[in-house]
Design a protein around this ligand. Structure first.
Ligand SMILES: NC(=O)c1ccc[n+]([C@@H]2O[C@H](COP(=O)([O-])OP(=O)(O)OC[C@H]3O[C@@H](n4cnc5c(N)ncnc54)[C@H](O)[C@@H]3O)[C@@H](O)[C@H]2O)c1
Length: 405
C-alpha cells in the first residue's frame, strides 16, 4: 500500500477510552466533529459515561460530556469488533511497571495483539500510551511480519492530569511513525486539531516522553533532598527557596518540595531505567529520595514528639492537589508508616470517597498533629492550633506556625 492515499480520517476509536488519557481525548475529538468510539473493558465506567457522568475529575469535562453525547458522535463499547469500522485506532491503555519495576510488556503485547486482530488494511494505529524505548519500531516490525497493512504511529500524550481539555488544544504534538506515511497521517490528524507538530523518529519520540517525566521526577527529588538537608540544619527550606528564586533567573526551575507521586512519574522513570541495565542512577536515586520522604517526615516528627499516644491526621490522600486520583499517592505510604508509629491515623480528602476516611472537621478535631498529604484548595485557610507538617510550603505561614518538624 506504499503509494496509496487515504481519505481524511473521520472515524476514530480510542482503546482504553474510558481512562484518564483516553476519555478527555475522545471528548475533544468528538467535539471537533470526528465520529468517536470509546472501546474499553471497564463496563461499569462505560455505563457511567453513557449516563453523562464523568468517572473522574477533569476540568470542564462535566459540561462537555453531555454536550458531546447529545451530538450522537460519541459511541461506547467493550467490543473490539467496532475497530474494523474506523480510520484511526488510538491506544491509550495503562502501561505500568511490574513488581520488579520492569515494564509490563506482556499486558501491552496482549492488548495490541487483540487490537490488531480486529483491524483491517489501510487503518492507522496510533499508540498514545507512554511506552519504553523501542516498542514502536518493534510493533512496526510485528505488523509488517503479518499480512495486515496497517500504518503504525507513536504520538505520546503529554497533558497534566486534570488539565487535559485545556492542554490538548495548546500543547505541540510529538508525532512519529514507523514509516514516513504513518507519521504523515498522524501529523495530518493533529493538524486538524490545530496543533503544532513536532516530528521525530519513533525512538526519539519515546525518549522525549520518558525524558520529560524522568526529568520532572528527578527535579522533584532535588527539591526533596534539599528539603531534608535544610531540616537537618534546622533551616526553613521554603525561605531558602524563596531567596534563591526571587528575581534570580538561573534558579526558576527549582521546584518546591513535596510528594512526587502519581501514576506516571515514578513508573516512567523506571521504564527508562529498566531496559538500560539500570544505568539511570539519577532516576533510581530520585526514587529513593521521593519514596523516602514519608518516612523522613515521620522520623523528623519523632525527634520532637512521642508519637505512640498520639493521633495524626493526613490532609489529602490524592496524588496531587485538587485531584481525585489516589493512584500511587505517597499519602498512603505516609499512612502506613504512621500506622506503625502512632496510636491512630485519620485520613481525609474532599475528592475521594472512602469509608475509612473522616471529614475535614473530624480530622482537625481528633488529631494531635496534622500532615499535609495533598495541597487541596480546601485546606489553604484551615483554622487550627494543632501543629502541622507542611513539606510543600503550601499553607500560609500563620497556619503552619505550629510547624511540627
Ligand atoms: N494519567 C495521565 O495524566 C497521563 C498523562 C500522559 C500519559 N499517560 C499515559 O497514558 C497511558 C494511560 O494512562 P491513564 O492514566 O489514562 O490510565 P487509566 O488506567 O486511567 O486508563 C486506562 C484505560 O484502559 C482500559 N483498558 C485496560 N485494558 C484494556 C483493554 N484490553 N481494552 C480496552 N481498554 C482497556 C482501562 O479500563 C482504563 O479505562 C499510560 O501509558 C500513561 O503512562 C498518562
Amino acid at each position: 500500500m506504499s503509494n496509496e492515499t487515504f481519505p481524511p480520517i473521520s472515524r476514530v476509536a480510542v482503546v482504553g477510552g474510558a481512562g484518564h488519557v483516553g476519555l478527555p481525548l475522545a471528548l475533544l475529538i468528538a467535539q471537533q466533529g470526528f465520529d468517536v468510539t470509546i472501546v474499553d473493558i471497564n463496563e461499569e465506567t462505560l455505563a457511567l459515561i453513557r449516563s453523562g457522568k464523568m468517572p473522574f475529575h477533569e476540568r470542564d469535562a462535566d459540561e462537555l460530556l453531555p454536550q458531546v453525547l447529545a451530538t450522537g458522535r460519541l459511541h461506547l463499547t467493550s467490543q473490539n469488533e467496532a475497530l474494523r469500522d474506523q480510520d484511526l485506532v488510538i491506544v491509550t491503555i495503562g502501561t505500568p511497571v511490574d513488581e520488579y519495576l520492569d515494564p509490563d510488556v506482556r499486558t501491552f503485547d496482549r492488548v495490541i495483539h487483540t487490537t490488531l486482530s480486529h483491524m483491517r488494511d489501510g487503518q492507522l494505529l496510533m499508540i498514545r500510551s507512554t511506552v519504553f524505548p523501542g516498542v514502536t519500531d518493534r510493533l512496526g516490525r510485528q505488523v509488517s511480519d503479518h499480512s495486515l497493512k496497517v500504518d503504525v504511529a507513536y504520538c505520546p500524550e503529554r497533558i497534566a492530569q486534570g488539565f487535559a481539555l485545556q492542554e490538548l488544544v495548546k500543547l505541540p504534538q510529538i508525532v512519529s511513525g514507523t514509516t514516513p506515511r504513518a507519521a504523515h497521517r498522524a501529523a495530518e490528524f493533529f493538524e486538524r486539531l490545530r496543533a503544532e507538530i513536532i516530528e521525530l523518529p519513533p525512538i526519539e519520540a519515546e525518549l522525549a516522553k520518558l525524558f520529560s517525566n524522568s526529568y520532572r521526577y528527578i527535579n522533584f527529588a532535588i527539591a526533596n533532598q534539599f528539603y531534608m538537608l535544610a531540616e537537618r540544619y534546622g533551616a526553613d527550606f521554603e525561605r531558602v527557596r524563596d531567596a534563591v528564586t526571587r528575581k534570580y533567573p538561573r534558579m526558576q526551575g527549582f521546584s518546591g518540595a513535596g510528594f512526587a507521586a502519581g501514576p506516571c512519574l515514578l513508573k516512567d522513570t523506571m521504564q527508562l531505567a529498566a531496559f538500560n541495565h539500570n544505568v539511570l542512577t539519577l532516576g533510581q536515586n530520585a526514587m529513593m529520595i521521593n519514596e523516602g520522604l514519608p518516612r523522613f517526615l515521620v522520623d523528623q516528627l519523632k525527634t520532637k514528639h512521642d508519637l505512640v499516644p498520639l493521633t495524626v491526621g493526613v490532609l489529602g490522600m490524592a496524588f496531587k492537589a485538587n485531584c481525585d486520583d489516589p493512584r500511587s499517592s505517597l499519602s498512603y505510604k505516609l499512612r502506613k508508616v504512621l500506622t506503625m508509629e502512632c496510636r491512630k491515623v485519620l485520613c481525609t480528602d474532599p475528592y475521594i470517597q472512602n469509608p475509612e476516611f473522616v471529614s475535614l472537621e473530624e480530622c482537625l478535631a481528633q488529631s494531635d498533629i496534622l500532615i499535609v498529604g495533598a495541597c487541596h484548595d480546601e485546606y489553604r485557610n484551615i483554622q487550627t492550633n494543632k501543629p502541622i507538617v507542611d513539606v510543600f510550603g503550601f499553607l500560609p505561614k500563620a497556619a503552619s506556625r505550629g510547624s511540627a518538624t
